[in-house]
Design a protein around this ligand. Structure first.
Ligand code: ADP
Ligand code: MG
Length: 701
């Protein structure tokens, strides 16, 4: 990497140590290069001048030249806001400020011309500008940057107070570009820029910050996104190749009596074709002599647990131990119960290790593991604590639910000299683009089929004032012998409030569904484990009709007779959570229902989420919609993964480019795995740089 670009930003004229500190804190900008890679998030067109009479709602931004008069502070004792009149030769329009009042009072001189720039809003049937940008007119060259299109940079309140508003950032950027433009390296080979008609790196940086035209902004963005994604894919694919070429895996050569006994005598149903196919893929990996790194995707209820279990049995058949890691204690416990039930007639020692496992029990588990007597350990991340030692760990299954970070996965790796095979399962499907990036170094298996006989769950949305209808419906269903879940949101910020909502709901429920005709149970996180168990058991055994609970059942019980899921304040749940909850019903043969309750006041996004839930049962479709709605930054778990800190790419929008660059990267590496051809020189250098500068993900997963 070029030395000049590595210069600390503090040395840029106009920055200095204090601002450098703030840039580091707020934007993680340390070097010239970091600064260059801080891009505007939108642009405003200052090439056009308008007249007051041109103002309509059709155009969003207007630049006007004229005089400012009638600067009037409004408010009794203290000024609350300031109004003024702006006039040109076609008419006048109001200006309003609510902040920076002191500055406004002294800003304007009578008779002098100013440029104002802003978005008109309508107040009492008239247009006015709230907080317009104001510029002096100097020698007919009014714009700070002399450019027509001005990039707007995101800044924070703190930064503005330190003189680092968007204008100042632009000024610094201009200075910086002038200094470094000649040394900005070109990491893409000519054959790529030519074939894909990409701007050069220099052109791209110039134009992303100071565009010459609206069209070229798109070009600059495309070029920079292409570069960012291409190198990500090259890294991901190289890691994959490395693992395949260099890292030996334990060879699971046989399928033996554990697997066969289970398959022939204890399997409660026939496997779906998809399950069979995926088990085959896993089996091939595990006997290949290479380490398996596979992502298992499948919709809620598609039977991932069974696939996991059968993979475990293959490990056991080959004399290895297996571990299964879940993100929460409840989920780990749930896995433990369902797996020990499925294995009850077989001779397999299964342990459960979570944060609340008692010390004495823990000791026994440690001992049994080390001696190789315990064959399968299920648990939370307590499982990756250093004291846990396996005698012969051969397979690790991570029920990811998007919560295990890459770093945590890496710790498992160290538990053994030869790495175990790794199978990562997601709780609900994730979008393809996300799979290709966050999990781009894994192979992917998809269960794209639900077990037979499942009727799609009918999903309905009701507003709270239609509750009576819903209650009538619930009574009907109970009369038919069905059971019902009623779920309240659990939002960590205010556990007390959440609990109160739940208990209020429970009491209401007891009034709407009085004894002895109806039985209602309640489960929430504050109950003692014994009480929770007791209440759950009553519901599972069909002794109660309704179970009121917090989201604990999201990952909890499996009750085929429960055919109605009512979700209160549904607008407060995320899409994948709603989908996961809905997956709790529809497991039996009866028609099932999911009823989403909400108030009338819905945010745009909240309303869309509910619409999507009503529209589709397909988890893959929901995942895509979720990504579009929220953007990748908010996707569960991606934040922790640390992999999605893109400089310019937006996964929600750039899906096509993800696929395209993945194909290109694959082609390049197919032809030149170690990037030794002269034409790939630049790629090789940049990749080396990236591995030097960033954490090395190569030995992970
Ligand atoms: P998920 O993929 O959401 O983890 P599970 O593994 O919990 O799904 O399976 C959901 C339900 O479907 C369980 O009750 C399980 O016993 C059942 N199941 C799994 N595979 C089959 C199958 N092939 N046929 C019928 N039921 C199945
Ligand atoms: Mg599951």
């Amino acid at each position: 990497m070029n030395n000049l670009l590595e210069t600390n930003i503090t040395y840029l004229k106009g920055v200095g140590p204090k601002r450098a500190d703030l840039l580091k804190k707020e934007l993680d900008i340390v070097t010239y290069e970091d600064m260059l890679n801080y891009f505007p998030f939108r642009y405003v067109d200052k090439s056009k001048f308008y007249k007051v009479r041109d103002i309509t709602t059709d155009t969003t931004w207007f630049q006007l030249k004229g005089k400012v008069s009638n600067v009037t502070p409004v408010g009794d004792k203290r000024t609350k806001y300031i109004t003024a009149t702006f006039t040109d030769d076609t008419g006048s329009i109001g200006l309003v400020w609510f902040r920076g009042l002191q500055w406004v009072k002294n800003r304007f001189q009578p008779g002098k011309e100013y440029l104002i720039f802003g978005k008109p809003s309508v107040f009492k049937g008239r247009f006015n500008f709230v907080h317009p940008e104001v510029e002096d007119v100097i020698d007919g060259e009014p714009l700070i940057q002399g450019n027509r299109l001005e990039g707007i940079y995101r800044t924070s309140e703190k930064m503005k107070n330190m003189g680092l508003g968007t204008r100042s950032i632009a000024r610094l950027m201009k200075l910086l570009l002038a200094q470094v433009i000649e040394v900005i390296p070109e990491p893409l080979p000519d054959y790529l820029t030519k074939h894909y008609k990409l701007l050069s790196a220099k052109q791209a940086y110039m134009n992303i910050h100071f565009p010459e035209s609206p069209e070229i902004i798109k070009e600059a963005e495309r070029r920079l996104k292409f570069e960012e994604l291409l190198f990500l894919q090259l890294q991901m694919l190289k890691q994959k190749i490395n693992i395949q070429q260099k890292i030996r895996g334990r060879v699971f050569s046989v399928v033996g009596s554990f697997f066969n006994d289970f398959y022939h005598h204890h399997l409660p149903f026939t496997l779906t074709d998809a399950q069979k196919r995926v088990i085959k893929e896993i089996r091939l990996d595990m006997k290949s002599g290479k380490q398996m790194n596979r992502l298992l995707q499948g919709d809620v209820g598609s039977g991932k647990t069974l696939v996991a279990l059968m993979s475990v049995l293959i490990a056991l058949d080959n004399g290895f131990q297996a571990a299964m890691m879940a993100p929460t204690e409840i989920l780990a416990t749930q896995h433990f119960h369902s797996i020990t039930t499925m294995l009850q007639d077989m001779d397999v020692e299964v342990g459960l290790l979570t944060g609340s496992t008692k010390k004495a029990q823990r000791k026994i588990i440690h001992k049994r593991l080390k001696e190789g007597k315990m064959q399968l350990l299920i648990g939370t991340h307590a499982l990756i604590e250093d004291t846990v030692e396996f005698q012969n760990l051969g397979l690790v299954i991570i029920d990811e639910q998007h919560r295990f970070g890459v770093a945590q996965r890496a710790r498992l790796w160290k538990k053994n000299s030869l790495p175990p095979h790794v199978l990562v399962m997601t709780a609900t499907p994730i979008p393809r683009t996300l799979a290709m990036t966050v999990y781009g170094n894994l192979d992917v298996s998809v269960i794209d089929e639900l077990p037979p006989g499942r009727k799609p769950v009918k999903t309905l949305h009701f507003f709270d004032n239609n509750r009576l209808k819903v209650i009538g419906f619930m009574r009907d269903q109970i009369k038919k012998g069905r059971q019902i879940y009623v779920v309240y949101p659990l939002i960590n910020e205010s556990e007390t409030l959440d609990l109160k909502n739940l208990m209020d709901g429970y009491e209401q429920m007891q009034r709407d569904f009085p004894l002895p005709e109806y039985q209602v149970s309640v489960v929430h996180g504050r109950l003692k484990p014994e009480d929770k168990e007791y209440e759950m058991k009553r519901f599972v055994e069909g002794k109660t009709d309704i179970m009121v609970s917090t989201t604990v059942i999201e990952v909890g019980v499996d009750v085929p007779n429960a055919s109605v899921m009512i979700i209160e304040n549904a607008e407060r749940f995320g899409l994948s959570q709603l989908h996961q909850l809905r997956g709790r019903v529809g497991r039996g043969t009866d028609q099932s229902y999911c009823i989403l309750m909400s108030g009338h006041k819905l945010s745009n996004e909240g309303r869309k989420r509910l619409e999507i839930m009503v529209k589709t049962n397909d988890g893959f479709e929901i995942a895509e919609a979720d990504l579009k709605l929220r953007g990748p930054g908010d996707m569960q778990g991606t934040r922790q993964s640390g992999m999605l800190e893109f400089k310019i790419v937006n996964l929600a929008k750039d899906g096509l480019l993800v696929t395209e660059t993945r194909t290109i990267a694959q082609k390049i590496l197919d032809k030149d795995t170690n990037l030794e051809l002269p034409e790939n020189n630049r790629l090789k250098r940049k990749l080396l740089d990236l591995t030097k500068h960033k954490a090395n993900w190569g030995r992970i997963s």
